[in-house]
Ligand binder design. Structure first.
Ligand code: NAD
Ligand code: SER
Length: 316
């Protein structure tokens, strides 16, 4: 029987992914873990354990205690926060991955999910319709850690026969948990500010197009990849995931269909430079071809759901 451990379950993706995994595989079959407490939903609905992803003894005993068979390892420092403390980000992003890989290998874990990011690309990568295999010269510590991680998960697969699966997520947009310190966080913050006060100061320039995805699509892609037969998973580094490409101005215009008086000012900070080093739009042809990936959300649909859910959440 499948028994899943989610590491980083209190985070932006971890919250939505844990709830959906429990929905599909049963509450008691999905153990949530994080270094901090998770949302009330997650804490009350099923098992939760405090875990530092760097601690191999703790990880081993959780695997034994709960009979864990699969791990989703989501703990990481995102791009914006990583640039503020590069060595700390490198340490956590790389050594937690090695910990999960090595403990999983010794415990015979059958499948592991570990996310990469569009941040693994760099300024020399083709910006539009970025292909699966291309130049990758990331200039952020976050991107360097993701590219190194991609090489290592492929290495563990080839060398030790481990079944590790990965996606290069674009910027993720969701309403259950706030975004965790990345360059794409503006696309979540703008909804809260629009609904709360009708004003937002954006830290990227108005014409900075980036690949983005609504969380329901990201969760669906993750579970679909993890449930695909092993012979369909041909990319053993990390699959491109495309999503929706838009600029802050295009997003603001879409939100104005619901909040016509929204005022947005643009004050690019250090994250503008990070964004400029990433693709504008990503091609996920390989994911479509290998395991049938098809996203469901465009800018219009995503905006409608975000406005509705955040209004509900804030009682506005
Ligand atoms: P997040 O910052 O919201 O969540 C990360 C979680 O990891 C947090 O709850 C944090 O408490 C936990 N954590 C940190 N250090 C830990 C440790 N030592 N032990 C255990 N838990 C620890 O991040 P997220 O947005 O949910 O991202 C999850 C993964 O997806 C990361 O690998 C990230 O790089 C990747 N990703 C995210 C996005 C995005 O837009 N959110 C895009 C591309 C890739
Ligand atoms: N959303 C993430 C970030 O901005 C991309 O990996 O860091």
């Amino acid at each position: 029987m499948k028994k899943i451990l989610v590491i980083g379950a209190a985070g932006q993706i971890g919250t939505d992914l844990t709830l959906e995994l429990r929905n599909r595989f049963g509450r008691d079959h999905v153990v949530a873990s994080d270094i901090k407490l998770a949302s009330d939903d997650i804490m009350q609905q099923g098992p939760f354990v405090k875990l530092d992803a760097m601690d191999s003894k703790q990880l081993q005993s959780i695997i034994d205690d709960y009979g864990i068979t699969e791990i989703y390892h989501l703990a990481a420092i995102l791009s914006g926060n990583a640039e503020k403390n590069p060595k700390w980000a490198w340490d956590l992003n790389m050594n937690s991955l090695f910990n999960v890989l090595d403990v999983s290998r010794s415990k015979g874990i059958s499948k592991i999910f570990w996310p990469s990011s569009m941040g693994a690309f760099g300024p020399t990568t083709p910006e539009w319709d970025t292909p699966q295999v291309t130049v990758m010269e990331p200039t952020t510590v976050y991107g360097i850690s993701k590219l190194a991680g991609e090489r290592w998960v492929e290495y563990y697969h080839h060398k030790y026969g481990m079944d590790i699966r990965s996606l290069r997520y674009p910027g993720l947009i969701s309403y259950k948990t706030e975004a965790g310190g990345g360059t794409t966080d503006y696309a979540v913050e703008i909804f809260y500010q629009a609904i709360k006060c009708g004003e937002y100061e954006c830290f990227l320039s108005e014409d900075m197009a980036l690949p983005m995805m609504f969380m329901d699509d990201a969760v669906e892609a993750t579970i679909q990849l993890m449930e695909a037969p092993a012979d369909q998973v041909k990319v053993r580094s990390s699959y491109n995931l495309g999503g929706i490409s838009f600029t802050p101005k295009e997003l603001a215009d879409e939100i104005r269909k619901y909040i016509p008086n929204l005022e947005v000012t643009y004050k690019p900070d250090f994250r503008q430079e990070i964004a400029e080093s990433w693709p504008r739009r990503i091609s996920d042809e390989a994911a479509q071809k290998d395991w049938g990936w098809q996203p469901q959300y465009d800018l219009e649909k995503m905006t409608r759901v975000m406005i509705e859910k955040i209004r509900e959440k804030l009682g506005k």
